[in-house]
Design a protein around this ligand. Structure first.
Ligand SMILES: C[S@@+](CC[C@H](N)C(=O)[O-])C[C@H]1O[C@@H](n2cnc3c(N)ncnc32)[C@H](O)[C@@H]1O
Length: 430
């Protein structure tokens, strides 16, 4: 009752909070190809204000929002270093000390920004679960308009725990709203098996047959049965709450057309940016966690999908370690060059490890000085501002290419990224 009676005040104050929030001042520090896709390491509110200031108000076709769920838990990412070592590290917190109102204020502030960015034809997909979705339905009705509610999609899965105290909780809820009644939605077809799996032979109804039996194609229903990303799945990044590509593909393909802008301001391991890249959509994405943006970049790099990586101007020095903790051997005859990575030490301020993990990491670095390098890339014509990935090398099955040779231009830049999301920047002194 307490929460419901405060909703009016929460809505009013969070709208003001978004309107009065400062606009972030960002620098692009890395670019992979060019397609106008942005990924920001940032709290989403200043980033949304930045996008609005750059003219994106009313230009975003779809927004997928997968925020923390008010689950009262913290979430890890599993990080894989060289020599088969893996360790867990905090990815993000979802603990609110029983302060639901603080959570609602946080999420409402973000939702006001999303509403401004959404186009008249746009849709927003808010992904939550039983913890808070019912309160958020009421709030979404207020922010986006009750008449703009489209669907409550149930994403059903098999994984997760069960209890003798309640029925096993095996679904999340996605609230789908249009910005207006002109919203665009392309509902896919799905199979509907005939009773007894036999043909009906109705007039004007096309029937199909597969290995199970006869079926017709019908508009997709609002209960989606899609497996979670399993332990052995090839798409698994190690980010605890990673959503399946199949789920996001369904959303992106239903809600947008090629060339449209899609956004995810809680992008985590980057499932939405990845799906957009694969499906020729543009994306605007942000996450406040370094592990999240580094996993997103790795996913995009692995398929050579275009992105521009932005960081807040005032956090530039912390994000990119200009005092190289990377040692390289660099040889040039003036026309060509050879470079080889030799040693990498992470920036110790970027993360906190428990004693056991710290000891095993220190041991690991002693035996393999490049064990913490997750990927690196080279820009052979560095402009002194934005590192453009011309060639990228990603650790795969415990192998990492460490050497590169090319034409010497006098301005070589390499960015070395570690498993914790930290990075070091080395620039040739030509
Ligand atoms: C449920 S996870 C998203 C998972 C993602 N959909 C995926 O497939 O990996 C929620 C994310 O929201 C991020 N986050 C929480 N508060 C944020 C904020 N204020 N601004 C930006 N990101 C935030 C967390 O760091 C976390 O990565």
């Amino acid at each position: 009752m307490y929460l419901l009676s405060n909703i009016e005040e929460i809505l009013k104050e969070t709208k003001e909070a978004f309107d009065n929030a400062p606009t972030g001042d960002y620098s692009a520090v890395e670019r992979n190809g060019f397609a106008g896709n942005m990924l920001a390491l940032s709290d989403n509110v200043p980033f949304m204000k930045y996008l609005i200031s750059k003219g994106l108000k009313g230009k975003v076709q779809m927004i997928y929002a997968d925020p923390p769920f008010l689950s009262d838990a913290d979430y890890d990412a599993t990080l894989k270093a060289g020599e088969g070592t893996s360790l867990k590290h905090l990815a993000y917190k979802d603990t609110w000390k029983n302060n639901e109102e603080e959570y609602l204020r946080f999420l409402c502030t973000c939702l006001w920004g999303m509403k401004e960015l959404l186009s008249e034809e746009g849709t927003i997909w808010l992904h939550l679960d039983w913890h808070i979705v019912h309160y958020m339905k009421v709030i979404m009705d207020e922010i986006f308009g009750r008449g703009n509610f489209i669907n409550e999609i149930i994403w059903q899965y098999k994984s997760g725990g069960s209890s003798s105290r309640h029925f096993a909780r095996k679904h999340d809820t996605i609230l789908l709203y249009g910005k207006s009644d002109k919203y665009y939605l392309n509902i896919p077809k799905e199979k509907s098996y005939n009773r007894d799996l036999k043909p009906y032979n109705f007039k004007n109804v096309t029937e199909y047959q597969d290995e199970y039996g006869w079926y017709t194609l019908v508009n997709m229903k609002d209960v989606w049965n899609i497996d979670m990303v399993g332990r052995t799945s090839s798409e698994r990044t190690g980010y605890a709450t990673q959503k399946p590509v199949k789920l996001l593909s369904l959303i992106v393909e239903s809600a947008s057309r090629e060339g449209d802008i899609c956004a995810d301001f809680f992008c985590g391991s980057g499932t939405l940016p990845y799906v957009c890249g694969k499906n020729k959509r543009r994306f605007m994405a942000a996450d406040s966690g370094m592990l999240a943006t580094s996993m997103t970049r790795k996913r995009l790099l692995m398929d050579n999908l275009a992105y521009e990586y932005l960081v807040l101007e005032n956090e530039l020095a912390e994000t990119i370690n200009e005092n190289p903790t990377v040692d390289v051997v660099f040889i040039t005859d003036g026309a060509t060059f050879d470079i080889e990575l030799k040693k990498y030490r992470p920036n110790q301020t970027g993360f906190k490890l428990n004693k056991k993990d710290e000891d095993s990491i220190n041991k690991l670095i002693c035996s393999n000085p490049l064990a913490l390098v997750d990927s690196w890339s080279i820009d052979t014509n560095y402009d002194g501002r934005v590192h453009k990935n011309q060639a990228s090398f990603i650790r795969g099955k415990d192998m990492l290419q460490t050497k590169f040779s090319g034409k010497y231009t006098g301005n070589i830049s390499i960015v070395v990224r570690d498993i914790f999301g930290g990075e070091a920047h080395w620039v040739s002194k030509g």
